[in-house]
Design a protein around this ligand. Structure first.
Ligand SMILES: [Zn+2]
Length: 370
């Protein structure tokens, strides 16, 4: 039986990491069509920093506070208020689940085409709704997905937002194929490490860029053919592609990195951007772009089907998300400082303090059935 109150990390107003406060709040109410999940782990994304600051780069976000942050979570289903008896339930009470972070209205044309991230009513856990930096979260039943047996709760929490984004970029948009060469910028980031796993599973060759030699060596251990500092992008791409340029490039950084990426992509290649963690304004020469005939895609997260396909890939290949470290929920402020320092490889994961120790690390736990 769920408790009436829980620990949660709340931003009461926009600001720096210090605005994050561990508080006792009510366990979310269970509305029709929703499930209550007892969270075992949640993961940080750069999105959380924007939500905490109330702006994305120069642009204010339409946020309301107080807000429980967190778009990624994994745990156990403890209650459900399912209303549609004619539809097959994706999971049952007691199941290990991870949460699909985005939710469309389900009835508009985009949603019915499966393009839920294009829905004008699309909402994201931890942004428009209270999120996963908590002991419990209530989410639509249709947003629950079973955790592959090989993944722990910590690993499962590290999957959703980055894998949905990376799968949408590489597979749904760029249609990366076996044998192609892909440039992954910020290869040590959450999206970068997810993209590396996906590109390897597809049989592509990966060139990574990162800000430190440690991140570069971790990326090559995980299967990148070459990983170099951003300043060495041009030379590495020329060497690996024999001067042709990469077939596909993905960028999450912006600024100079984006401009160098355009030059590193072959004529007729594809570039996908999912935003900019550095400066978002760049100066582009349209004549130069026209001559290179590159296709650009700009994406926000991805569809729930993208996430399901990515999870199926993890199951098939036995690969795991890269987890940098696990901290207790009460250290959310320190975790945000760490994330902003960019000294993280892969994901930062938070575990409720009561379970910190038991669920620690990237090891396996027995499947929970009760
Ligand atoms: Zn819709």
């Amino acid at each position: 039986m769920a408790r009436s109150s829980m620990a949660a990390v709340i931003a009461r107003a926009p600001g720096g990491p210090e605005v994050l406060e561990l508080a006792q709040v009510s366990v979310p109410r269970l509305l029709p069509g929703y499930a209550l999940v007892e969270l075992r782990a949640c993961a940080l994304n750069h999105l959380d920093v924007w939500v905490r600051m109330g702006r994305r780069g120069r642009h204010p976000l339409a946020m309301t506070y107080p807000r429980i942050l967190g778009s990624d979570g994994a745990g156990v289903v403890v209650d459900m208020a399912w209303v549609d008896d004619d539809r097959q339930l994706p999971v049952a009470i007691g199941d290990r689940v991870l949460l699909s972070p985005g939710h469309g209205c389900g009835t508009c044309g985009h949603c019915r085409h499966g393009d839920d991230n294009l829905c004008r009513h699309y909402s994201v856990l931890g942004v428009e709704r209270d999120g996963t930096y908590a002991e419990y979260v209530a989410v639509p039943v249709t947003d629950l997905l079973p955790i592959p047996n090989q993944l722990s709760y910590v690993e499962a929490a590290a999957v959703p937002l980055t894998f949905i984004t990376a799968w949408h970029m590489l597979v749904s948009k760029a249609q990366l194929r076996a044998g192609e060469t892909v440039l992954i910028n910020a290869v040590g980031s959450g999206v970068g490490t997810a993209a590396l796993a996906i590109a390897k599973a597809l049989g592509a060759r990966v060139i990574g860029t990162a800000s430190s030699s440690e991140k570069c060596s971790r990326a090559t251990e995980l299967g990148a053919e070459v990983a170099v500092d951003y300043s060495e992008m041009k030379g590495a791409v020329q060497d690996v592609t024999l001067g042709q340029g990469v077939d596909v490039a993905i960028d999450t950084v912006g600024s100079d990195t984006f401009l160098q990426t355009v030059e590193a992509t072959r004529i007729g290649g594809r570039i996908v951007s999912c935003g900019a963690t550095a400066e978002a304004r760049v100066e582009l020469d349209l004549h130069r772009l026209q001559g290179r005939m590159i296709t650009f895609f700009f994406t926000v997260m991805g569809t729930q089907a993208d996430l399901m396909d990515a999870i199926a890939m993890l199951e098939r290949t036995g690969s795991r998300p890269a987890v940098d470290r696990v901290l207790p929920l009460s250290e959310a402020t320190a975790a945000h400082h760490l994330l902003e320092s960019r000294k993280v490889f892969g994901k930062l994961v938070l575990v409720p303090d009561a379970q910190y120790g038991a669920g620690r690390g990237a090891g396996r736990e027995p499947r929970t059935t009760a």
